[in-house]
Design a binder for this molecule. Structure first.
Ligand SMILES: *Cc1c(COP(=O)(O)O)cnc(C)c1O
Length: 403
């Protein structure tokens, strides 16, 4: 998607605008699949990263399954045409009634709590096969908010509680068909995956009915030039080898699963914004755009770096800017960025906005959520219309006495 094309999209659909490139998603999917060589791997797309029905279908067409973290996400997956069997539901801290609903829908449940495991056993015994999410206590992840495997984490059942898990499983004659771990996002070290895998291989000895092992996700992508990224090919080769050895030891070939979100969709997406104002202050030059943390919260929430380019003036002279949003609090997309000279009305592209961009957007300051566009080959399709004022107060109820 070159600058001229992006400017055309901004003109045609207006800004702010999320734009996704199908070819990039497909390329990332294929790259991850082939990283494991001959070892077959099943990818369940973690749809919390980006859940537009068309994006889900792009991945379904590639053969992906889904990893859902809420019953609502399960419904989105079913609506997109995924078979219930292709969906894994990994809830954390939800009411048991929601898990029961997911069982009725026929999706695979991933249990991450001993008390839930016991309730599940009491309710279904061996009738409904389940997966168990273990916490291997491996410290991983790029930011405290997205690191979920550490000792203080609320996720998973501790690997040290294996004996307790077995007691419950034996008592209720449960069928544990999968073991799962997900240690966090933005892992840059292949050894983290290998250490986690080794712990799961050992744990597998306690579960004779396994059909798959799910090593979660956490694959980091480059947000800027020179960024350290997850060495996918390295991890693929090493896991493929260790998995093969494990299957021999276990006595049977199991399926190997991963559940990437960010890796599949981050780089496919850009947030296009228009420059409202260029404002010189005593300390810097601010570029104020028609978007903010309400549309892309990652810079403020995770201190994430998102590359910013000027589509309208790509060859202009580089100057130093701070790009800020229009929300009434500190709302910065990027400090001290070298960007080709920015003029009012220029269109800027904020890169790597496919994952956790639109899906974390909100209506703060009573601002409307942006439209979304999917680029397929030479065509651009509107896949979500821009919100309207009515979307902001749609669910409000006016009390007659206060009229
Ligand atoms: C968020 C999440 C993922 C995806 O993480 P990414 O870093 O986006 O790849 C996978 N599995 C579970 C259980 C998750 O909560």
């Amino acid at each position: 998607m070159d600058n001229h094309f992006l400017c055309t999209l901004a003109e045609q659909f207006g800004t702010p605008l999320y734009v996704y490139d199908e070819a990039t998603i497909v390329a990332q999917y294929q790259r991850l699949k082939s990283a494991f060589g001959k070892q077959d791997v099943k990818l369940h797309y973690a749809l919390k990263a980006l859940n537009n029905v068309n994006i889900l279908r792009v991945l379904r067409n590639q053969g992906a399954g889904l990893d859902a973290v809420s019953i609502e996400e399960v419904h989105l997956g079913l609506r997109a045409g995924f078979d219930a069997k292709e969906i894994m539901y990994t809830p954390n801290g939800v009411a048991f009634s929601e898990i029961a609903k997911a069982v009725e829908l026929g999706v695979m449940i991933n249990i991450d709590n001993l008390s839930v495991l016991e309730q599940f056993g009491a309710a279904y015994g061996g009738k409904v096969p389940v997966c168990v999410r273990l916490n291997p206590h491996i410290v991983a992840g790029g930011h405290a908010h997205i690191s979920v495997g550490h000792i203080d984490s609320k996720f998973g059942i501790s690997i040290h509680q294996l004996r307790h898990i077995s007691r419950i499983v034996e008592h209720y004659r449960m069928r544990i068909v999968g073991l799962h771990m997900h240690t966090g996002s933005d892992i840059i070290d292949a050894d983290v995956f290998l250490q986690g895998a080794d712990l799961l291989y050992d744990a597998a000895e306690s579960f004779p009915d396994l059909q798959f092992m799910d090593f979660g996700s956490g694959f980091k992508v480059a947000y800027k030039e020179g960024d350290i990224v997850t060495p996918i090919e390295d991890i693929g080769a090493k896991i493929a080898t260790s998995f093969k050895t494990f299957c021999k030891r276990y006595g049977r070939d199991l399926e190997l699963w991963f559940e990437p979100g960010k890796f599949l969709v981050s780089e496919s997406g850009k947030l296009l914004v228009s420059v409202n104002v260029v404002k010189q202050t005593t300390s810097t030059v601010f570029v104020g755009v028609d978007s903010g943390q309400n549309h892309l919260i990652r810079p403020m929430f995770y201190n994430a770096y998102h590359h910013i380019t000027n589509c309208s003036n790509a060859n202009g002279q580089q100057k130093l800017y701070s790009v800020v949003g229009y929300i009434c609090e500190t709302d910065t997309f990027g400090y001290d960025r070298l960007i080709p000279e920015v003029r009012e009305k220029d269109v800027l592209a904020i890169h790597n906005a496919g994952a956790y961009g639109f899906s974390m957007s909100n209506q703060y300051n009573a601002r409307l959520r942006p439209a979304e566009v999917l680029v397929r080959g030479d065509s651009a399709y509107l896949i979500r219309k821009r919100e309207e004022l009515e979307d902001i107060y749609r669910n409000e109820i006016e009390i007659p006495e206060l009229r």
